[in-house]
Design a protein around this ligand. Structure first.
Ligand SMILES: [Zn+2]
Length: 176
């Protein structure tokens, strides 16, 4: 018996529930939730399992996000434009495509002013694991193929943006 199985309804009726405060919340509160959760998970389960949990949660979120905010889209251009618009409207980040070779299974994209990490202190590793799962799911949902996003630059590594290499595993292997 599952206690916390995700369903979209869990997000609630925000208009009804927050007639005065509305749907916005300060970003530091979102980060407080995320980074305390990550601390507790890591101390209980270790860094690797924590990263897997964040990746999988981001992936679930990306799939749900695509279902509710992105689809239906007919073309690559429409997919990219719609995703850019929604990410900006919801103040998640500013998406740009640097290399778009969807048919060859390779895309490089950046997210400026990223919700999760923009403005964080510099570290020596990329930190946006949740986003990796999220971006992977957007491409998987659009193409119905298996994609994997890997963050190759991050605000936290001094890049001032988050850059993701997104590959469709089978196609990328065939090109190599
Ligand atoms: Zn990042």
């Amino acid at each position: 018996m599952r206690k916390y199985k995700f369903q979209w309804d869990l997000l609630g009726d925000i208009e009804d529930g927050r007639p005065n405060l509305g749907s916005q919340v300060d970003l530091d509160v979102y980060r407080l939730l995320q980074f305390t959760m990550r601390d507790v998970l890591e101390s209980r389960f270790g860094s690797d399992v924590t990263d897997e949990i964040f990746f999988d949660a981001g992936k679930m979120a990306g799939g749900e996000f695509y279902e509710h905010y992105i689809k239906p889209v007919e073309s690559v251009e429409e997919f990219v434009k719609k995703t850019q618009d929604v990410l900006k409207d919801k103040r998640i980040g500013v998406l740009r495509l640097e290399e778009s070779m969807l048919d060859q299974g390779r895309v490089v994209l950046t997210i400026d002013e990223d919700l999760d990490c923009s403005g964080l202190p510099e570290l020596d590793y990329e930190t946006c694991i949740y986003d990796e799962g999220f971006v992977s799911a957007l491409f998987e949902s659009f193409t119905s193929e298996k994609w994997r996003a890997e963050e190759i630059d991050c605000w936290c590594t001094g890049a001032r943006t988050c850059r993701f290499l997104v590959t469709q595993e089978e196609l990328a292997a065939a090109q190599a």
